[in-house]
Ligand binder design. Structure first.
Ligand code: IFM
Length: 465
């Protein structure tokens, strides 16, 4: 197997607005659902919030210089909706858009391609107060927001992503409630999933109308690499149910314009899906130029007699994020785990790349997120050694090469994350960055993985292990 990535392969790193920007109340930005959630006692570990985060809003130039020094070919970032359209409606905030204009200009000046995600979980609080994603209106508001950002940056951004991981928005946000807005209503979560799909389609239409013809549109999903614990019919059926709720609920509408029949049957006691209106599926099936795949770890499931909201990592809280899945148990796979308690298993990434090569022939794939959290600490000399992260990245990039060899059209890879940052309900306790952030001083120190990744980006050559 070749250890060399194809010429033109896009190398990058990713972040998201609420996780890195800070400046939560500056220049007209209003609260998003994550500001509200993080300020609610007990929701985020240690009471952490994104108020300051990694202060990227003020350290933009320094961070872009760091990216250039590392040799990033592309930077995947998200736009904060409440920063550019503070009420979620109406005209754009000039000051909000100016930040992203400056960021994109700085990136282009250093030869780094901007890859822009419109929605990475920070819904303006006003839209949640009006009902949030369970309301159809939110999808229309998203299309207006997409239009505003497309109009402002369409001339300079070549690759656009509508939504990041809509599964998390719908099911962690509205079913288990471990993410903002913290609601626990299964019917609302299924409505949210449909309205996120609709927002994707309407947003793609709105972008297409304003960005140049050459701009590429994508979505970043976190499809499940779900395995049955045993080949028994019960475990295989558990796998099918979780696959429907984690993956096919988004990919079937987006790629084929239908909801899977088994999903509708599994959830029939919760909803009749009458919120799906005539014409919605055609909108959702808007042509894509690339499919973004975010991958961290596989899940192992079995049939269970109760509906335990087990982690390991079915991402449960007090309640399960799997409406209609019935009794499914999640199991910790054997082998190494990261600091998230997620298993290290690159075969899940290979399987997903091959699955979408089969299911979406001709659609280019991009690994839009992949990475691992470890308990990194600076040594006495101030350097940060993270050999476990290098091993994780190496193994997953080997899986990408294997998929390329086997015919997958993988166009790029984005390490999650450029910087240590606010890891949602875990606050700052989990470090995913290739660059260490000292939150007391905001000093950035590239970890050994950053140097390793820089060499890889420069040579396109995966070194032997
Ligand atoms: O930090 C998140 C990111 O925001 C979305 N994908 C998974 C990452 C790690 O949990």
């Amino acid at each position: 197997m070749t250890m060399t990535f194809p010429p033109g392969f896009l190398w990058g790193a990713a972040t998201a607005a609420y996780q890195v920007e800070g400046a939560a109340a500056e220049d007209g930005r209003t609260p998003s659902i994550w500001d509200t959630f993080a300020r609610t006692p007990g929701r985020v570990l240690g009471g952490d919030t994104g108020d300051t985060a990694t202060d990227h809003y003020h350290r933009r130039r320094e961070d872009v210089s760091l990216m250039a020094e590392l040799g990033l070919g592309a930077y995947r970032f998200s736009v904060s909706w409440p920063r550019v359209q503070p009420t979620g409606r109406g005209p754009a905030s000039r000051r909000g858009l100016d930040f992203y204009r400056a960021l994109v200009d700085d990136l282009l000046a250093r030869g780094i391609r901007p890859v822009l995600t419109l929605y990475h979980w920070d819904l303006p609080q006003e839209l949640e107060d009006a009902g949030g994603w369970p309301e159809r209106e939110t999808a229309h508001r998203f299309a207006d927001y997409a239009h505003l950002v497309g109009e402002a940056l369409g001339d300079r951004v070549g690759l656009w992503t509508t939504l990041n991981e809509p599964w998390c928005s719908a099911f962690l946000g509205y079913a288990s409630g471990v993410h903002a807005p913290g609601r626990t209503d299964d019917a609302a979560a299924l409505r949210a999933a449909h309205h996120l799909n609709l927002a994707h389609g309407l947003g793609a239409q709105a972008l297409r109308a304003v960005v140049p013809a050459g701009a590429r549109l994508s979505v970043a999903l976190n499809p499940g690499a779900v395995r049955a614990r045993t080949p028994s019919p019960g475990d295989v059926d558990a796998q099918r149910r979780i696959d429907a709720l984690s993956t096919r609920i988004f990919t079937e509408p987006m790629l084929r314009g239908t909801y899977p029949a088994d999903l509708l049957a599994d959830t029939a006691a919760i909803t009749d899906w009458s919120f799906v209106l005539d014409g919605d599926m055609d909108v959702i099936k808007h042509p894509l130029d690339a499919l973004g795949i975010n991958y961290y770890a596989p899940s192992v499931v079995s049939a269970a007699t109760d509906n335990r909201p087990v982690r390991a990592d079915g991402h449960g809280g007090e309640r399960s994020p799997w409406p209609g899945a019935g009794g499914v148990a999640f199991h910790r796979p054997p082998g190494k785990q990261t600091a998230m308690d997620w298993s290290v298993d690159p075969t899940g990434l290979y399987d997903l790349l091959m699955r979408f090569t089969r299911e979406a022939p001709g659609l280019p794939l991009i690994v839009t997120e992949n990475g691992a959290a470890y308990d990194d600490k600076p040594g006495a000399d101030g350097t940060v050694h993270d050999p476990e992260r290098i091993a994780y990245l190496h193994a997953h990039l080997e899986a990408v090469l294997r998929a390329l060899t086997d015919g997958a059209d993988v166009r790029g890879y984005f390490l999650w994350s450029l910087l240590d940052n606010f890891e949602w309900a875990y606050g700052y306790s989990k470090r995913f960055g290739a660059v260490y952030v000292d939150y007391a001083t905001q000093a950035r120190t590239p970890k050994s993985s950053a140097h390793w990744y820089a060499r890889l980006m420069r040579t396109g050559q995966l070194p032997p292990r």
